[in-house]
Design a protein around this ligand. Structure first.
Ligand code: PEP
Ligand code: MG
Length: 578
């Protein structure tokens, strides 16, 4: 028996074979086509190349806006490779004469070109080799997705193993037979982590010995105890089979009872839910929450690899609102940037260079006003179905909010002129999650109806950790509590509500600290609701407030962790005695 350690990203246990996924290794179906299928294969080639061309043009605009002509030329080179007539002619020939299916034919032709360029000594040709590889992946991705060879492709219940996993990979594999995830690189606060917890897939990261598990027929993944067991003996296997059964029962259980509205000592505390998919909202019992505190609208784009138009957005938002039966829904405008756009565009070079690290959120939407306008129109139109709020991500200046307000006013005028109904009072809030915004809290509080603290990004900016690989320890960092306390004070001064919608709120120990410094509203993913509701129902807020000063003057993470842990143990004991 061999044990390999890792870090828990999403709880649960699983037993099964592994599915090893190498990014950009697409399965190439080696099948011959019948003569009557030729035209269809040629049509698929046309569709896939034009989809790829559309993505590249979108990317070119972005690169021009944010970088320079030099970087845009890299995209031009790819566009040229994509439309190269010689290549297309050869692919058509292979389809027609050799009767290979289009994916196989395209793969073969591009690989031949690649090989020729790979051998060359000229730098220019070497660069073309990289362009060609990127284009090949992009087109094959479209051909595969179109033919439902969804990538990655798990044909039996398996544990997904890879170096890293992107949010779009998780969105694809959760519909398939994925019973667990193991990666070498990954972080608790990453979007992949958030999604794995939303879909309740056990996930262990920071596993450094991935090579040792490739080829394993069956293994035990115990994310709860942060380990992988290879070659388990019969007794261990039996024990885990039982735990897997229990886990799958617990997964199916939706939250019983009603939402907790107050702490043990009767003070109000509100728990909202974070979501990003209509399916997540449809699967819940609305009475177990007080509304949706964060709806991540950009997930819809990652899922479809495109930006849906106003009507599509309206459809989705309306369904989300209707499902919540009158409870409020906070929609966040598209929050692209960082790991969330790169994955959508699926371009390896940008993964590596992380060229777009510094932009995103509301600034991106303001630079693309038609995108923002159509989203605001969709929000407003859907507001006839129930109460909504609108929230702006990654705000870093008051000016951004003022510009959004002006666009919102114009949208309202437009809709009125068109005779389209919408709700009169819609609150507009700002996410507090960048370093710059911390300097302008009071000015901002005058302009918005609420603050929502994005602790995932805020910790990235304040502590300088990496979201993709950071560990949970960010939640106990003194700087985080000091910053959040400052935000709470500013919100109090201007009498606007403030909530926490980052993952910190879902951490039971951190939650105690948040309650101690004045947070009364949080929004967490559905998988964390049960635990969070238990903590809130068990704590006496008046008691935990007593540690506020000590918490705000603490100097290190361990000190805070110990303080909060003791506080939770003490409160649970007190609750047991009641
Ligand atoms: C955050 O940053 O804490 C947050 C809630 O936003 P997201 O995780 O979607 O970036
Ligand atoms: Mg954020």
């Amino acid at each position: 028996m061999k044990i390999i350690k890792g870090v828990k990203i999403s709880p649960g246990v699983a037993i099964g074979p592994i599915y090893y996924f190498e990014r950009y290794k697409f399965p190439i179906p080696k099948t011959y086509i019948k003569s009557e299928e030729r035209d269809n294969e040629l049509l698929r080639l046309k569709r896939a190349t034009s989809k790829a061309a559309g993505e590249l043009s979108q990317l070119r605009e972005l690169v021009l806006d944010h970088l320079d002509e030099g970087h845009a030329r890299m995209i031009d080179a790819q566009l040229m490779a994509l439309t190269d007539e010689e290549v297309i002619k050869e692919v058509k020939k292979v389809i027609q004469e050799e009767r290979k299916n289009v994916t196989w034919a395209y793969f073969d032709v591009m690989t031949q070109y690649e090989k020729a360029l790979e051998k060359t000594l000229y730098i220019y040709h070497k660069e073309r080799y990289i362009d060609l590889r990127d284009v090949k992946k992009r087109v094959i991705h479209h051909l595969s997705a179109e033919k439902q060879y969804t990538v990655p492709d798990l044909t039996e219940p398996s544990i997904f193993v890879s170096k890293r996993i992107s949010p779009s990979d998780i969105i694809h594999i959760h519909h398939l037979n994925t019973i667990g995830i193991i990666t070498e690189i990954g972080g608790f606060d990453s979007h992949s982590g958030i999604l794995a917890r939303a879909f309740r897939i056990p996930y262990l990261s920071n596993v450094l010995e991935i090579d040792k598990i490739i080829g394993t027929e069956q293994l035990i993944l115990d994310a709860d105890e942060e380990k992988i067991i290879l070659d388990a003996n019969k007794n261990i296997m039996k024990e885990y089979e039982k735990r897997v059964r229990q886990f799958s029962i617990s997964k199916k259980k939706s939250l019983a009872g009603h939402a907790v509205y107050e702490s043990r000592d009767g003070l109000p505390f509100h728990i909202f839910m974070n979501a990003g998919f209509l399916s997540e909202v449809e699967a819940i019992e609305p009475s177990s929450v007080q509304g949706i505190g964060l709806f991540r609208t950009e997930y819809q784009c990652i899922e479809s690899n495109s930006i849906p138009d106003e009507d599509d957005q309206y459809e989705t938002y309306s369904k989300v609102i209707k499902n919540m039966s009158g409870l409020p829904v906070t929609f966040r405008t598209f929050d692209f940037g960082r790991d969330k756009f790169i994955d959508m565009l699926d371009l390896e070079m940008f993964h590596q260079d992380q060229l777009f690290d510094d932009w995103g959120g509301i600034s991106f939407c303001l630079e693309n006003p038609s995108l923002l306008t159509s989203q605001l129109r969709a929000f407003l139109r859907s507001s006839v179905h129930g109460p909504i709020q609108i929230m702006l991500p990654m705000v870093s200046s008051v000016d951004e909010v003022l510009k959004c307000k002006e666009i919102l006013r114009n949208v309202q005028i437009e809709l009125r002129e068109e005779g389209i109904a919408f709700r009169k009072k819609i609150n507009l809030g700002a996410m507090i999650e960048t370093k710059d915004v911390m300097q302008i809290l009071d000015d901002l509080a005058r302009e918005v109806d609420f603050f929502s603290i994005g602790t995932n990004d805020l910790s990235l900016y304040l502590i300088g950790s990496e979201r993709k690989s950071s560990l949970i320890k960010n939640h106990y960092h003194p700087v985080m509590f000091q910053a959040i306390s400052k935000i709470v004070e500013s919100a109090k001064r201007y009498q606007i509500p403030v909530n926490v919608c980052g993952e910190m709120g879902a951490d039971p120990y951190a939650l105690i600290g948040l309650a101690a410094i004045g947070i009364r509203d949080i929004s967490v993913s559905y998988s964390a609701l049960q635990q969070v509701a238990e903590v809130v129902g068990n704590i006496s807020i008046r008691e935990v407030e007593l540690i506020a000063d000590e918490l705000l003057s603490a100097e290190d993470t361990i000190e805070i962790y110990t303080m909060l842990k003791n506080c939770l143990l003490y409160t649970s004991d007190a609750a047991d005695e009641l």
